[in-house]
Design a protein around this ligand. Structure first.
Ligand code: COA
Length: 172
């Protein structure tokens, strides 16, 4: 794999906005349940990422990029929990790999980087949710995430039908 995974600061995230936008838009257009409904264009995705830049700058969103020959082909976010009583917890979000780069271990490498950073900043309980039965759920299970359960009809998929959501956790 010629892909390098690294944490992106605000300037680096801004430099990779087009790649972040394309990766998110193609995921939604491909049916992934990551928070959006069709129609959803690369411009919509760019605007969403641009709105996250302040959080990237202040650490509320710890952003990782998978970079191949200078091009962003994947991303994941580590979102430290903000309540005073959860200083040891974080969420995982916006785990996305460009369709050209899937099934090569990029997703697993992104999660490994997020876990290393979570440990480094003292976060020992990670939580995420994902579409029940998705490729993502399979990946999380394979690398040791535990299933809390599945909530029926939790969210709409991009085409407007209902998807069930699996809630998962991992102790580091
Ligand atoms: C979920 C997602 C991030 C996974 O990314 P990925 O880079 O394909 O993940 P990996 O390559 O680490 O693993 C995916 C599969 O490829 C396989 N794989 C990994 N390296 C491989 C290789 N070198 N050769 C062949 N297969 C390989 C893995 O075993 C895994 O197989 P499985 O699906 O049968 O379990 C990606 O499919 C995606 O972006 N989906 C749309 C967005 C989405 O649903 N995000 C999740 C939100 S919770």
């Amino acid at each position: 794999m010629t892909v390098t995974v690294c944490r992106l600061n605000r300037q680096e995230a801004e430099a990779h906005l087009d790649g972040l936008a394309e990766t998110l838009a193609l995921a939604v257009q491909g049916g992934a349940g990551v928070g959006f409904i069709l129609p959803f264009t690369a411009m919509d995705a760019r605007a969403w990422w641009a709105a996250q830049l302040p959080d990237v700058a202040n650490g509320a969103r710890i952003l990782f990029g998978a970079i191949e020959h200078g091009r962003l082909v994947g991303t994941v976010s580590l979102l430290p929990a903000s309540p005073q009583n959860q200083p040891h917890r974080a969420d995982i979000g916006k785990m996305l790999v460009h369709p050209d780069a899937r099934r090569k271990g990029v997703g697993e490498a992104l999660l490994a980087a997020a876990e290393v950073e979570a440990r480094r900043i003292g976060r020992s309980v990670l939580v995420l949710d994902t579409v029940t039965g998705s490729a993502a759920e399979r990946l999380y299970r394979r690398i040791g995430w535990q299933v809390v359960g599945s909530i029926p009809n939790y969210a709409l998929n991009p085409s407007g039908g209902y998807d069930s959501t699996t809630v998962m956790w991992k102790a580091l």
